[in-house]
Design a protein around this ligand. Structure first.
Ligand code: 7PJ
Length: 276
């Protein structure tokens, strides 16, 4: 338990977060790991491949996706979180912006909340974070999953994300939550054009001054498909290029579907970053 809460290795090497979708409609693993047993098996496999964290999500947040009712999300996610936190040594993260889901997950052994809304969608999320003091991923998104890809634009994408991080850290601080266990994520694909996603990856180092670990999740996303003209099932190499560049720039956590190849890529990118 103590080991879990430390987020072992953070700062010493890049961490790989394996994506565990427990949803019937997620855009790339759609319907494959619906059942609890299959989800658990997939998590075991990701850990064997080198995952440092498992991120369990019950609601697809791909562009245009409809929100999932609370009860449905709870039914999908809680049995898996309970089983995984009992069985696995790696920390469990819950991918949710709903305070009630987050609280239930923390009660069942999760130690991290991955909130794609950066604590904006659920007014009580801040109270859950203040009470349980979990690791919390604050992700930037312009708009909501339903409307975020409807003509997003920025004058200065990096500056706008920096401003958001600044404001969110202030919000947390005003509720007595220090940045010690806050992870910042620029939210690749969440209300961004292709050029914005590329600029973010090129400029990850611009987010390091906050003193928080930076996480990125480019895995299989459409900007890769757009640049390479490839469908979702052929975006592994693009994903590896993206996570490698991010780690070379100073990102400390990468959120991916394909754990083994990402592990190898980011470990090499990290070795190069550390080289004299
Ligand atoms: C992200 C995420 C991401 C964080 C998703 C997908 C879409 N959470 N959840 N960062 N993306 N923190 O996995 O393709 O980039 S859902």
């Amino acid at each position: 338990m103590g080991m879990q809460r430390q987020l072992q290795g953070l700062g010493k090497r890049p961490l790989v977060m394996g994506i565990l979708n427990v949803t019937p409609d997620s855009f790339s693993d759609g319907g494959m790991y619906i059942e609890k047993e299959r989800a658990i098996e997939h998590a075991r496999e990701m850990v064997a491949q080198g995952a440092d964290i498992i991120d369990v999500g019950g609601e697809s947040t791909r562009p245009g996706a409809q929100p999932v009712p609370l009860e449905e999300e709870v039914n999908r996610v809680m049995p898996v979180i309970e089983a995984l936190s009992r069985e696995l040594d790696v920390p469990i993260s819950v991918d949710t912006y709903k305070a009630a889901v987050a609280e239930m997950a923390l009660e069942r052994g999760a130690v991290m909340i991955n909130d794609i809304s950066g604590l904006r969608f659920s007014p009580h999320m801040i109270d859950v974070v203040a009470r349980y003091k979990p690791w919390v991923v604050v992700m930037h998104m312009k708009g909501t999953p339903r409307d975020m890809q409807k003509a997003p634009s920025y004058e200065d994408v990096i500056g706008e994300i920096e401003g958001f991080f600044e404001e969110r850290l202030g919000y947390l601080e005003s509720h007595g939550i220090s940045r010690e266990k806050v992870i910042l994520d620029p939210g690749i694909g969440f209300g961004k054009r292709v050029e914005d996603n590329l600029a973010i990856l090129k400029n990850i180092d611009k987010f390091l001054h906050f003193g928080c670990p930076i996480m990125v999740g480019p895995s299989r996303k459409s900007f890769i498909g757009n640049v390479l003209n490839l469908p979702v099932e052929e975006r592994l190499e693009g994903t590896l290029a993206a996570v490698s560049i991010a780690v070379f720039q100073g990102a400390q956590i990468v959120r991916v579907h394909d754990v083994q190849p990402a592990r190898r890529a980011v470990d090499l990118a990290w070795a190069i970053r550390r080289a004299v």
